[in-house]
Design a binder for this molecule. Structure first.
Ligand code: GYP
Length: 259
């Protein structure tokens, strides 16, 4: 599909606040054809060569030449998809870019430079990076990008968004299902606990009755025990009574024989 409508977004810059603003006029720019970077413990400078409707053009050197030089050319159908790197304090204590890495739709270049504790990424998402802007003095203080979105890339971005939204929706549904199941489970537990409490209450109500019954039984037991005790005493008296009776019989017999 032909890409008719074009939207250009200015993203960034990231890095320090020193130096002066550097920019390029993006109108009529078709594509980047060459990148040159001087680097050492900082990114000393950046130069970008691009294809314009009126032919090839270059930016000024953003920074001052020093350190090592790396240059790379992009193929006709090649475009930059993201610029990554780190920024941080230079030995002079100024925040500048300290490493840079370029990714294209075909390969990647860098990283150039190793310092910097603050990472950054300037992604084109599904568009193309067709230009740069930033700040520079002696070094490259800050860098930003121009991203060209085509009808196609916007459609792709939209499709990605839709896909993300679908995934998010599915995740939420799953989460809601889980929460519902948890809630059901908790309700079940609550019901069980409530019925347990109910049956404990009933048992509790029976307690005084049981206590009264027990007290009653204790009373009866005591009575029975004392009855047994008195029967035992009576039982112990029996032989004495029998002996007395026998004695009396003897006396009676004697008296009868004497008569
Ligand atoms: C010079 C400029 C600063 C800039 C640094 C780094 C050494 O100072 O005066 O404004 O931040 O270079 O580029």
């Amino acid at each position: 599909m032909a890409s008719t409508q074009v939207v250009i977004k200015k993203v960034g810059p990231v890095g320090g606040t020193g130096g002066v603003v550097k920019d390029m006029n993006i109108s009529g720019v078709n594509r980047i054809i060459k990148i040159s970077v001087h680097y050492g413990s900082v990114i000393d400078c950046l130069t970008v060569r691009f294809l314009h409707d009126n032919g090839e053009e270059s930016t000024e050197v953003w920074g001052l030449k020093g350190g090592d030089l790396v240059e790379f050319n992009l193929e006709d159908s090649e475009y930059i998809t993201s610029v990554k790197g780190h920024y941080g304090a230079s030995t002079r204590g100024i925040i500048v870019l300290r490493s840079l890495k370029f990714e294209t739709n075909m390969r990647s270049f860098g990283p150039y430079g190793t310092g910097g504790e603050l990472p950054f990424e300037l992604p084109a998402i599904s568009g193309q990076i067709i230009g740069f802007h930033g700040r520079s003095g002696w070094y490259l203080d800050a860098l930003g990008v121009y991203v060209k979105d085509t009808e196609e890339s916007i459609k792709k971005e939209l499709e990605d968004c839709k896909q993300n939204l679908k995934q998010t929706e599915a995740n939420y549904l799953k989460l809601m299902q889980n929460l519902r199941a948890e809630l059901d489970n908790k309700n079940e537990i609550q019901k069980k606990l409530e019925s347990e409490i109910e049956s404990l209450k009933i048992k509790n109500d029976e307690l005084p009755k049981l206590r009264a019954e027990l007290a009653n039984k204790d009373e009866i037991q005591k009575k029975l025990e004392s009855e047994i005790e008195s029967l035992k005493i009576k039982n112990d008296e029996l032989p004495k009574l029998r002996a007395e009776l026998a004695n009396k019989d003897e006396i009676k017999k004697k008296l009868e024989s004497e008569r």
